[in-house]
Design a protein. Structure first.
Length: 308
């Protein structure tokens, strides 16, 4: 029959206190209850653990060699349990459990994945799951409870409102960069660059409006080709072949290096986007811990200042 760890700890207490009566007081048991546990432990083992002539009442109890050996093991069991309790306390203080994160490619690879993996390395009780899904799927998963947190981009003034019960927190401001063909000569001023051909996508209507505004300020008309829902590699490929300039967020450029394009500083402030976290208003503590870690990572590792 397996040893009952509770009786092992009781045996340890009896030896530490020196008597059944003292052990009973410490354990908030009756002396007869302590004696019964000792008897059951001896019966389970088929070995005498205490000297019966010195057993009972307030007299100092004397252990047999087997009893002392088992009490030694009981001491190590107590130490292991105490260590386990300390470990569990650490997990209770830190994030624990599943953490389901949805988002788009750049936000997940540049922010979500590295931060979640760092948190899991420090807190093994954390179990992150990452999903690259569309904006509508992300919001649906968040509102239905299938996702705990999503990484998104704060919509513009004419963008859709967030669903009721969803909280949005700014994480980092991602500056836009002007990308031009490497074969173009250097542009010394904004007007010269704005007069050149441009490539835009339906994913960046705010960027196109920004370009149109700047052109109006310089008395120009924007010459832009909209390629629709083209991907970043397609956009950069067109720029590399000399078809025009474009504007791309810095974090997106980090993932899509191209040898045949270069950055232009002729337009000093082409704008930026704000990457955000969305969560339910009753989100668990692990979500708020993740948001704090995301903001810290963005400020230190990405060398940006959190916008919120």
């Amino acid at each position: 029959m397996p040893l009952d760890p509770r009786r092992l700890l009781l045996l340890r207490t009896v030896r530490r206190t020196g008597s059944v009566l003292a052990a009973a007081r410490l354990l908030h048991l009756t002396p007869s209850g302590v004696s019964q546990h000792l008897t059951k432990l001896e019966n389970e083992l088929g070995i005498d653990l205490v000297d019966r002539e010195q057993r009972g009442g307030g007299r100092t109890i004397r252990f047999t060699p087997a009893g002392n050996a088992l009490a030694d093991h009981a001491g190590r069991v107590a130490e292991a349990l105490a260590e386990a309790e300390r470990d569990m306390e650490q997990f209770r203080e830190g994030p624990a459990g599943p953490l389901r994160i949805g988002g788009f490619s750049v936000a997940l690879s540049e922010l979500g994945a590295p931060v979640a993996m760092r948190m899991a390395a420090v807190n093994p009780a954390l179990d992150p799951h990452i999903y690259e899904i569309s904006e509508s799927e992300r919001l649906h998963g968040l509102t239905t409870g299938e996702l705990d947190l999503i990484l998104s981009e704060r919509p513009g003034e004419d963008g859709p409102e967030r669903p009721p019960g969803v909280v949005e927190v700014d994480i980092v401001r991602d500056p836009f960069r002007v990308v031009v063909p490497a074969t173009w000569p250097p542009d010394s001023d904004p007007a010269t660059l704005l007069a050149r051909p441009w490539i835009t996508t339906s994913f960046g209507p705010a960027t196109r409006r920004h370009l149109e505004r700047m052109c109006r300020e310089h008395g120009l008309e924007l010459d832009a080709h909209d390629i629709g829902t083209g991907t970043t590699p397609t956009l950069l490929g067109l720029v590399a072949h000399g078809l025009g300039a474009t504007i791309i967020p810095e974090l997106t450029l980090r993932q899509n290096p191209s040898p045949n394009v270069r950055l232009s500083n002729a337009i000093p402030d082409p704008g930026s986007r704000v990457l955000t976290c969305l969560h339910r208003d009753n989100a668990p503590a692990v979500v708020h811990h993740m948001i704090n870690e995301l903001r810290h990572y963005a400020a230190t590792e990405l060398q940006h200042v959190p916008s919120g």
